[in-house]
Design a binder for this molecule. Sequence first.
Ligand code: ADP
Length: 261
Amino acid sequence: HYQLLGSPVVSKARTLGAVILLLDVTDKHSAERSRREFTANVSHELKTPLTSILGYAEIMKNGLTKPEDMQRFAGRIHYEASRLLSLIDDILELSQLDEKAKLSDKEPVDLYSLAEDALSRLKSIADKKEITLSVHGEHIVVSGYRKVLDGMLYNLCDNAIKYNIAGGNVAVRIDYKDYKPVVTVSDTGIGIPAEHRPHIFERFYRIDKSRSKEIGGTGLGLSIVKHGAMLHEITIDMNSKENTGTTFKLTFPRNSEALKG
Ligand code: ADP
């Protein structure tokens, strides 16, 4: 698509010529379309939990609820409201990634410490399923957006725990491959079926909505990872085997390390 901008340059009596500016607006159009689609999806995703909340509140409001049902309904409201909050948190995180200007400057980030920190915040969820968490490798310090890299690692580790089996493992490794810093997140979980692999980075894409609902996810985690990767020119590789596990590998460009000052 090209958009024509311009107007004839006219002097008093005669047309001198025309100034024409051709702009490639293909990107602009597709960005607008994806923004429109995103808004429609967001509205739908936000409406679903809200409709449940309103439904339960309505039943409780009429005063006819049996006492034994009260707690169950309050529990549902609590669950749906928490879901709404996670959705809004993820949407805000994603929208910040879309506006580079909103990010603070790049800074030195120790990937090993970042992984340890993300895992420590996830420990209580992992403990419930008796999943072992570990970090291996080197303290590689890259120059990057700390909050973004944290969000990426957190989401990958969160998934590695959520889609794991009881008693499983999640291992993060920080090392070099061909002089490039690499972060690997491996799990011993349920794996990703081949037909879904091309789609898992799409916004709101979940493999099995009912299963995911039980596990609790927004479908935005891997979009956050993908956007963060684009900001840092990180390549993402994924390897997965059903009922065996999944590995996500983030490869930074060469010379991503923060200069030692
Ligand atoms: P969600 O919030 O549902 O986890 P994500 O965008 O993080 O959304 O992931 C999209 C889908 O990809 C998930 O619903 C899940 O089915 C699948 N997935 C992501 N990570 C893993 C993993 N480590 N093991 C198995 N399936 C995964």
